[in-house]
Structure formats: structure tokens, C-alpha cells
Design a binder for this molecule. Structure first.
Ligand code: AKB
Length: 332
């Protein structure tokens, strides 16, 4: 709910004398643990509060403050922000594309109501809020190659629809209430340490586990489904860069970020080159192929490079090398 007492266009300058205290929602998801570790290394263990509705492992619980936080409950978020003196929120709780198509009611609830709660808390307590968007915010009528930041956005998935809502509402709260909202449109994220959470790009992680375990993989996308991808280290570095950028340097609130792109056939070839010439790939496309067909092949990211020095380091061959190296010991 919009608070009638909210001040209009009040912008906050952040205290520079101490590190910010940061709350991370959805901290046990694919990106959360890397982000929490990076934030703690920078701002101090006790200045970063990890939260989720799942139970952490002992390692996760012992590495710093961890609390239960359901983004669907405004009051509990509000209390957390007050109890811990939070300055910044990194909002990772979201239902991704594949899960959203299977359970639209859940996708709408978490991605719309959850985000609205976080945004209201950010407004009422003058917080900086970083909430990632996705290439899934684009749709079948969007130009596919070198997709600009501002273009046709008519997604036809629940995930995409809710992320367009998030982008627009974040921009609205920034304009009307001065909320320091920031967002970046992730491609598929590839990581070895944490599993992906129910998206269309999950095959690009699953394939490494299957290669090392069985030397074969059955892909749920077609061989030529070209999609933008990014290694987790680039993702976390870029997210930190946008989070920490001085507000004056931002010329927009939502940014494309591009790193590399490949098809399932191309990544299978790279695995054959670097791991095993015998690696076997089959294709049994399912409903996720239809989702992939509506997404860009590459995104134009000049504004991110200009405004906060976005500069990815990992090409496809680097990602294959680092994933094989990190996961090999697991399957020995
Ligand atoms: C998904 O596949 O749903 C996500 C995304 C591209 O945002 N990985």
C-alpha cells in the first residue's frame, strides 16, 4: 500500500563514516551465498544480514547473521530493517521462469507482492534497494540481437511480466518518492557452488554435472537455442559495482548487462574440446524451449559500461574451463 504520509522526492545521502548494513533476501538461492560472502568481505561480517525462508546449513548459519524473512510479510521485513539498522537491501527472492510457468500464482505472489513489500520498506526507511531484473523481461516482439535497454517489452511469461512490473514500479518510486532503486537485467547465470533455481537457462549448469558424471546429457532446449549467459563471478562483481555506484553516476535505474552467449550445441562442443571427445548430447525440448525462443540472443550494455564500469571477464571457453575445474573433484 502507498503510504499517504510518504515525503515526495526526498533523496538520502548515505553516511560515509561507517560501512552500510545490508539485508539480502533469498540468500540461499543461486546468487545469494556468493553475494553475501562478497558483501561480508567488503563491509564486515556483522554488517550483512542473510535471510531466507529455507533452513541454512551449519556453515551458512555460522558465517554471519542469518534470519528468517518471508518477503510476503511486510511487518516482519519492517521489523528486520529496524532491529538491524539496515541501510541497503539486495532483493534476490524471486520465482524464476520455469517455476513461474508451472505455478503462476506463486510467481505472481512472490515477484509482485514480495517486491511491493520490499519497495514500501525501502521507501519508508530511506533504503537503497537493488533488485535484479532479467533478459526474461523482454519478449517475442523485442529485437533479438544487441537488444537495447529501452525497447519493446511485451514478455509472455509470468516471470517476465512480473519483472517488467518490478522495473516500472521501482522507477516510479524513484521518481515520486526518491527511493534509490537500482536494477540490472541478468542473462543466464552459471555457477558451480550453488544450483540454479528453476529457470530456462538451468541446462547450462546441469550439463557440467552430467558431463562429469555420465559423459552425456539430455538437453531440454533445442541445439540452436542461442541465449546470453554469464559466469557467477562476473555477475557478483557487476552487482556490487551497481550497488556501490554513487547515485549521481546513474543515468537510468535499470541496466542491461551482457557477457557471452552460446547455444546448447556450442557449449557441448566446447565440453568435447576441453573434457571428453566422447561427450554425448541428446535433445528433448520441453516447454522451456518456447520460453527461450522469446528471449534475446545478446543485450546491448553500453550504459552499464559507461555509468558504473561494467566489464565482464569470462568468455564461453573460460566458463567451461572453470566449471570443469571446480566440479571435477565432486565426481572423482
Ligand atoms: C531463468 O532462466 O529464468 C533465469 C533468468 C534468465 O532470469 N536464469
Amino acid at each position: 500500500q502507498l503510504s499517504r504520509l510518504a515525503p515526495i522526492t526526498v533523496r538520502r545521502t548515505y553516511a560515509t563514516s561507517r560501512p552500510p548494513r545490508v539485508l539480502v533476501t533469498g540468500s540461499l538461492g543461486q546468487l545469494g551465498s556468493s553475494m553475501v560472502n562478497t558483501l561480508r568481505a567488503k563491509f564486515g561480517r556483522d554488517n550483512v544480514v542473510a535471510s531466507d525462508i529455507k533452513k541454512p546449513t551449519d556453515v551458512q548459519r555460522n558465517s554471519g547473521p542469518f534470519v528468517y524473512a518471508d518477503v510476503l510479510n511486510y511487518k516482519s521485513l519492517d521489523k528486520l530493517v529496524v532491529d538491524y539498522g539496515i541501510d541497503w537491501v539486495v532483493h534476490f527472492s524471486a520465482v524464476l521462469s520455469a517455476v513461474g510457468e508451472r505455478n503462476p500464482a506463486l510467481g505472481l505472489d512472490v515477484n509482485i507482492n514480495g517486491f511491493q513489500n520490499v519497495l514500501e520498506v525501502a521507501k519508508n526507511h530511506r533504503l537503497r534497494l537493488l533488485s535484479p531484473s532479467t533478459m526474461g523481461a523482454f519478449g517475442p516482439t523485442t529485437p533479438k540481437d544487441n537488444t537495447p535497454d529501452f525497447t519493446i517489452m511485451r514478455p509472455n511469461t509470468i516471470y517476465g511480466i512480473t519483472k517488467v512490473h518490478m522495473e516500472l514500479l521501482g522507477e516510479y518510486y524513484n521518481e515520486k518518492f526518491g527511493v534509490d532503486f537500482r536494477s540490472l537485467r541478468y542473462p543466464g547465470i552459471i555457477s558451480a557452488d550453488t544450483p540454479p533455481g528453476g529457470g530456462t537457462t538451468d541446462y547450462a549448469v546441469d550439463i557440467f554435472h552430467a558431463a562429469l558424471k555420465d559423459n552425456s546429457y539430455t538437453c531440454f532446449l533445442k541445439d540452436d537455442a542461442m541465449l546470453p549467459m554469464m559466469y557467477i563471478d562476473d555477475c557478483i562483481r557487476g552487482t556490487m559495482q551497481l550497488l556501490e555506484a554513487p547515485e549521481e553516476s546513474l543515468t537510468q535505474r535499470v541496466y542491461n548487462v551482457n557477457a557471452c552467449a552460446f547455444t546448447p550445441a556450442q557449449i557441448a562442443d566446447e565440453i568435447r574440446k576441453q573434457f571428453s571427445s566422447e561427450f554425448k548430447m541428446d535433445y528433448h525440448p520441453d516447454f522451456r524451449q518456447q520460453i527461450a525462443e522469446t528471449w534475446p540472443h545478446s543485450m546491448e550494455d553500453n550504459a552499464a559500461r559507461r555509468d558504473w564500469a561494467w566489464n565482464p571477464q569470462y568468455e564461453t571457453s573460460d566458463i567451461v574451463a572453470v566449471m570443469l575445474k571446480k566440479l571435477a573433484p565432486v565426481y572423482q
